[in-house]
Each structure stands twice: as structure tokens, then as C-alpha cells.
Design a protein around this ligand. Structure first.
Ligand code: GDP
Ligand code: IMO
Ligand code: MG
Length: 422
């Protein structure tokens, strides 16, 4: 953490790396925590004092009571889901009004965007992206088409603008012959959510953040999704619709590249993916099932089974490169506690061709593995590096060597307290 800088904490694989947990742990060191991309497709889990919260749109810095949390211009927000999430936090005793600021430039997810999400998925048949169904793709498409509604729009003549956009969506849905839907209850809550959002500070968050930086304050940018789901750098078209990578911090918060400080790249000691798309390290055997079971790898948003596999150095190297990762954070090491050996994907192979660079099209590539000994020790109660079993120390050193980047934080359990900073 440096004064006047924005540090980024970015998922560098397929999401669900444990960003929520680490942002919560890091927050006491920062003045502001800001989300810069994505929306309620994210599900960030935070566990402490026997309590568990899953945040979707609200930054994971919200549990440190004196910190400002910002939903930046690069985000998309669904007023009904935002209201439900915020009310849950309020019911748990967290005061939000003075600490949670929403960018006027963030885009609104309409109920009909969610219907469009379903309609486009249905039209794709076998080639479904496997989206979270939260209207993310249609809302970002609308933003790019320059026809979207932004949070600031709710401050003036909103109903007129809303009805006009909804009518256009309904027309598109008719053209797609997707007419069997009923949004009346959803719309009622959504409009309530709009009223509720009006009670929050809707601000020019880019100005606020830059002023704070000029005053020497520090900002933590909380990533959503992961590099392999980035619209430019992920496994397109099986990706989300925003820039989840480091460049997204600049555009999604309105900060200059020179303001970026540390870039924390977060990954698990193994890999997961939820939704469709290529995943060369995927395990279809009982080892995959075992990782899923021990790691509780079921989606925080949709409850879907997460696909599981070994750690993928091709993807990690690529992510370190495009994000400029300066430090790595390795999560869920404890999930591998009982495995006698652990595999690591060091390259991809297809038709006799081997590559260590991320290919344009990851479809059809097979993982090439190296095998290392497991530690077969319970890591969950460890509190310092000096207690690490040798085989675990070796695994960490091996990954650091392969990735040429230090692993400075290790997580050995879901609780806030189960975090080791080296
Ligand atoms: P995010 O989307 O990146 O914030 O991650 P998710 O919350 O979707 O998924 C991470 C899951 O792993 C959550 O259920 C966390 O409670 C859990 N978790 C985080 N760190 C650890 C860890 O070190 N060990 C174990 N066993 N679970 C962890
Ligand atoms: P967090 O922030 C894991 C995946 C979906 C789908 C693809 C596109 O919790 O890590 P979308 O609804 O965004 O259009 O879906 O991206 N996806 C995620 N997978 N973690 C996430 O967020 C995700 N957000 C989207 O499963 O494959
Ligand atoms: Mg998640």
C-alpha cells in the first residue's frame, strides 16, 4: 500500500479465486475500496466471527466501518438486487449510507436486460456461454451501443427514459420470438430499488477518487471475475462482457495508469471454472470430484457445480503478463491437504504442437503436467510460514520459480483469520 496509489486485487483465472476474502483482509490498510467492473454476476464471500456474507455489487471493504466503498463507473448495477444486498447488510447492523458511494456513470441493468440475457443464451443452443443470467452482456452491449441508462439518469425524468428503453427491449424480444416471460413482480422491486438507490450518494466517483489520491490517500481496486473471463483477454466468446484486467481499473474508476501501485494477482492452488468454454486442465475423474467436494466448489451466485482441475501455469503466466502482476496471492491451499501428489499444468499440447503461451483459441488443447509431492498435512491451523511442511514450502517455491513472481499471501481456510502474510 502506498499513499496516492491505487492497488489492484485481480482474479487472474476464471473468477471465484477468493477476492472477497482478501479484499476484506486488506481493507484496514486502505482509505477507499472500489469495484471497477462487473455487477451482480460476481459473488464474493467473506467469513469472519462465524458469519458469512456473499456480496455481489457492494465492495468487500464494507465490513471495515470507517472506510469508503465505491461502485465505480465501469460497473453495472441492478437496483433490485442492490437493494436486497444492502438491506441484508443493514439488517446485520452495518451502516451504509455515508460509506457507500455509487458512480453516476455506472450503467443500470433493467429487468428486460435479464430477459434478453436468457433469450440470447437460448438462441445460442449448444454454444451457450453459461452466463449468470444477471443481464450483464446485454447491459454492457447497450453501453457500447450508446443507448444505455446510467445511475445519474435516475435523478431526472427517469420514468420516461426507462419506459422508452423497456419498449425497445420488448420489441427486440418479439423479434427473437422470446415472449413467454413476465417481469411484473421483478419490475415492481426494481422500481423500488431505484427509489432506494436515490437515498445513497450518487456521485462523480472518478473526481472523488482522484481528489483522495491527490490528498495522499490510498485506494484498493477490487476485481470481479478473472483474467480468463476478460472480454479482450479471456477465452472469447466464453467470457464476461467487461475488462476484468488491470486496464479495467483505469477505465472503470477514471484513474491514470501512473496511479496504479501494486497489482495483486489472486489464484487458487488448483483451478475452477463455472459456465461453458475451454478449460484444458479440467478433470473429469474422481480427483476433480474430490477437489469440488473438499473445496465446496459450487457457484456463489447460481449454485452451479464449478468445473475443477489442477493449477494452470500457461493461464497464470499470461495473466501475470497482461495485468503486470507484482505479487501473487494463493488461496485454498488447504483443499489439497490430503492429496499424495499434485499436478501442475506447464504447457498445452495439440496435434503434436506444444506451447507455453496462451493460444488464440484454447479449444482442443490438452494440458501437459509435471507432478510434485503433496504435503499431506492439515494447513488450516497454521499461522505462520515457519510452520509450513516442507512439501508445501517446495510447492510454493516451485510456483514462484515457474511464474517468476513472489507469492506473498497464502490462504489456508475461508475465515478472515486463516491468512498468512509472508
Ligand atoms: P471470489 O468471487 O473471488 O470472491 O470468490 P468466491 O467467494 O466466489 O469463492 C471463494 C470460496 O472459497 C468462498 O466460498 C470462500 O469462503 C472460500 N475460501 C476462500 N479462501 C479459502 C481458503 O483459503 N480455503 C478454503 N477452504 N476456502 C476458502
Ligand atoms: P466472481 O467475481 C466465476 C462467468 C459465467 C459465465 C461467463 C459470463 O465471483 O469471481 P456473465 O453473467 O458475466 O455474462 O457470464 O462468466 N462468470 C463468473 N465465473 N466468477 C464470477 O465472478 C463470474 N462472473 C461471471 O459463469 O461463464
Ligand atoms: Mg465468486
Amino acid at each position: 500500500m502506498a499513499k496516492g496509489k491505487v492497488d489492484a486485487l485481480l482474479g487472474i483465472v476464471f473468477g471465484d479465486e477468493g477476492k472477497g476474502k482478501v479484499v476484506d483482509v486488506f481493507t484496514p490498510k486502505y482509505d477507499i475500496v472500489a469495484r471497477f467492473a462487473g455487477g451482480p454476476n460476481a459473488g464474493h464471500t467473506i467469513i469472519f466471527d462465524g458469519k458469512k456474507f456473499v456480496l455481489r455489487s457492494i465492495p468487500s471493504g464494507i465490513f471495515s466501518e470507517d472506510k469508503i466503498n465505491i461502485i465505480g463507473n465501469g460497473c453495472v448495477i441492478a437496483p433490485d438486487l442492490f437493494m436486497a444486498e444492502a438491506k441484508e447488510l443493514e439488517a446485520a447492523g452495518y451502516e451504509l449510507r455515508n460509506r457507500l458511494h455509487i458512480s453516476k456513470r455506472a450503467h443500470l441493468i433493467l429487468p428486460t436486460h435479464r430477459v434478453l440475457d436468457r433469450a440470447y443464451e437460448a438462441a445460442k443452443g449448444k454454444n451457450k456461454v453459461g452466463t449468470t443470467g444477471k443481464g450483464i452482456g446485454p447491459t454492457y452491449s447497450e453501453k457500447a451501443a450508446r443507448t444505455g441508462l446510467r445511475v445519474g439518469d435516475i435523478l431526472e425524468n427517469f420514468e420516461e427514459k426507462y419506459l422508452a428503453l423497456k419498449a425497445r427491449h420488448e420489441e427486440t424480444l418479439r423479434q427473437l420470438h422470446y415472449t413467454d416471460y413476465d417481469i411484473s413482480e421483478e419490475e415492481r422491486l426494481w422500481l423500488q430499488g431505484i427509489e432506494y438507490m436515490r437515498t445513497f450518494p450518487l456521485t462523480d466517483t472518478e473526481v472523488e477518487i482522484n481528489r483522495a489520491l491527490q490528498e495522499g490517500k490510498s485506494v484498493l481496486a477490487e476485481g470481479a471475475q478473472g483474467t480468463m473471463l476478460d472480454i479482450d483477454h479471456g477465452t472469447y466468446p466464453y467470457v464476461s462482457s467487461s475488462n476484468t484486467t488491470c486496464g479495467g481499473v483505469c477505465t472503470g474508476l477514471g484513474v491514470a495508469p501512473g496511479r496504479i501501485g501494486e497489482v495483486f494477482g489472486i489464484f487458487k492452488a488448483y483451478s475452477t471454472r463455472v459456465g461453458s468454454g475451454p478449460f484444458p486442465v479440467e478433470l473429469f475423474d474422481e480427483t476433480g470430484d474430490r477437489i469440488r467436494e473438499i473445496g465446496h466448489e459450487y457457484g456463489a451466485v447460481t449454485g452451479r457445480n464449478r468445473r475443477c482441475g489442477w493449477v494452470d501455469l500457461v493461464a497464470l503466466r499470461y495473466a501475470i503478463m497482461v495485468n503486470g502482476v507484482t505479487q501473487l496471492v494463493m488461496m485454498k491451499s488447504d483443499v489439497l491437504d490430503t492429496f499424495p501428489t499434485i499436478k501442475v499444468c506447464v504447457a498445452y499440447e495439440k496435434d503434436g504442437v506444444r506451447t507455453t503461451d496462451m493460444p488464440f483459441d484454447t479449444e482442443g488443447w490438452k494440458a501437459v503436467y509435471e507432478e510434485v509431492p503433496g504435503w499431506q498435512t492439515d494447513l488450516t491451523t497454521l499461522t505462520s510460514e515457519s510452520q509450513f511442511p516442507k512439501a508445501f514450502k517446495d510447492y510454493v517455491a516451485y510456483l514462484e520459480h515457474q511464474l517468476q513472481t513472489p507469492i506473498t499471501i497464502l490462504s489456508v481456510g475461508p475465515d478472515r483469520a486463516q491468512t498468512i502474510i509472508r
